[in-house]
Design a protein. Sequence first.
Length: 209
Amino acid sequence: MMELYEWPPVRSQRARWALEELGVEYSSHLVDMTQGQQNTEAYRAIHPLGVVPALKTDGYTMFESVAIVLQLIDEHPEKNLAPAVGTSERAAYYQWSVFACAEMDPPVMMFFDNTMRPLEHMHPPGTQHDAGLAERGRNDFATRADILSKALKNRDHLLESGFSGADILIGHSCFMATHIGLPVSDHPTLEAYYGRLQQRPAYQRAYGG
Ligand SMILES: N[C@@H](CCC(=O)N[C@@H](CS)C(=O)NCC(=O)O)C(=O)O
């Protein structure tokens, strides 16, 4: 059985949401960040950076939330969560999937690190919140939210062909932004899109509500 290493509600939710969409059976290992479990030798053998998520299967162990989602979806082509390789839809799928980790995560984390992250969990220890960096995170997030809003103007999902793994990845960015106080509501098209994603039963199972 697949084993997911997670500590909700962080980026491990992307993997959980994909597992729920695909109907894959899995077990959950909570890596308690408040107890430093991410830094144990046992967990570092699974994820050398000591962050979540990581996924252990009969055949492989892997980390990186986006890579895990893409791999799981490839293992279940019958669920149609990824367009055919080599098509223009696949190009859009790659683009938005990578956009999630390369362009959405950094400003969201920059904002979180400089507003909500408890001082005792700052890296390196002793670092203080920096209001300038928080503002930069907010502005960079807004720029990217505008780009997504334009892409979603006349469609329900990022791909013309409908819901895909790219929506799981960007949808989690919307969740995280909302969760830490970055206003998705300033971007009505993106907010409506996120609202549609939240209606999905698999989303509700993954995010607990
Ligand atoms: N690029 C990685 C980032 C993973 C990551 O940084 N996860 C955070 C939670 S969102 C974490 O585990 N942080 C542990 C810590 O800050 O000590 C991915 O997308 O999987």
